[in-house]
Design a protein. Structure first.
Length: 322
């Protein structure tokens, strides 16, 4: 995608605009009847606020990937309410929704309410083509349990999908991340059969793995592929809690923005909050910089002796460049 095709994009650094952008959301945990999760967390409010922030930012993703635990108890009403919230936001953003199963989800109501299809218990694995970028949704759930697994049949299916590379590569989305966890209790609920999955992925065109389940943001690699875990929008797990404990908190909720470039994939965490601004610049500053030559831009914005930062920071209500 050329820079001219990205509305409002101004290239002032080394990198052109991303070829693709995804929004990565996870662990919404809706309950039927808008019931608060654990009697305390308004799941709808946080997710709605996240989409408001994304729309305000101007991001226009081609896909919204929601990596599981969409409904806390697998209730049909919870899926319907989630769909009623996400679909209008996706339409405004111009994005396709990619629903991924999680261990709290139930396949039959998930399929009926979100995919408009019947399901007799088979894994809900899907392939999505987003203008050259392939997204594979892999169902890592084990019916009746909270840990994850992928069957030999699923691995054969995935191997067949990946046998033909996609023009811009593949992003794999599943609920259970193939990563170790610093929260010890989560190891009980990890993904089984990881070595066999690694065998399928190694050497393929998979450029990134998106996951959820852990309720905190974390990153790593698996079979040489970057893995990004999005924190939950409902509540998060405190990684700094005393060793051996598990502490869920109503704080630090976030979603991720995934930018796919020719040279790599960048995952950015977007906190869901109403925090007060204490520093920054207006878009007028970017317009001024864009009109300059690279050397002028460097002298104006990077040189510590320049008055540009101070003047514009004062006009914007905060200090200068970070």
């Amino acid at each position: 995608m050329a820079a001219s095709q990205v509305p409002g994009f101004v290239q002032i650094g080394h990198h052109p605009p991303p070829r693709h952008t995804l929004v990565h959301v996870s662990d919404t945990h809706f309950l039927a009847g808008h019931a608060p999760l654990y009697g305390a967390v308004d799941t709808d409010l946080a997710l709605g606020h996240a989409f408001e922030q994304l729309e305000r930012s101007g991001v226009r993703p081609s896909g919204i990937v929601i990596t599981g635990d969409l409904a806390d108890l697998g209730e049909p009403d919870a899926y319907r309410r989630l769909r009623d919230l996400v679909e209008p936001a996706a339409k405004r953003l111009g994005a396709e929704i990619i629903w991924v199963m999680g261990n709290h989800d139930e396949r039959a109501p998930f399929a009926a309410e979100l995919l408009d299809e019947a399901n007799a218990g088979e894994p809900l694995d899907r392939v999505y083509e987003l203008d050259g970028l392939r997204v594979v949704a892999l169902d890592s759930t084990v019916p009746g349990f909270h840990h994850g697994d992928v069957t030999e049949e699923q691995l054969d299916w995935l191997r067949g999908v990946l046998a033909t590379p996609a023009p811009d590569g593949t992003v794999l989305a599943l609920h259970h991340p193939p990563l170790p966890s610093p929260v010890e209790l989560m190891a009980i609920l990890e993904l089984d059969n990881q070595p066999r999955l690694a065998d399928v992925l190694r050497g393929s065109d998979v450029r990134a793995i998106l996951a959820g389940h852990l309720h905190y943001s974390t990153h790593g690699t698996f079979a040489g592929i970057p893995v990004s875990v999005a924190a939950a929008t409902c509540y998060t797990i405190d990684v700094s809690a005393p060793r051996g404990t598990l502490r869920g908190i109503d704080a630090a909720q976030s979603v991720n923005v995934v930018n796919v470039y020719d040279s790599g994939v960048v995952h950015s965490i977007v906190p869901i909050n109403d925090a007060a601004q204490v520093a920054g610049f207006s878009d007028a500053v970017l317009d001024r910089l864009a009109a300059m030559s690279p050397d002028e831009r460097r002298a104006a914005f990077s040189d510590k002796s320049s008055s540009f930062n101070v003047a514009d920071a004062e006009a914007s209500g905060g200090p200068g460049a970070s």
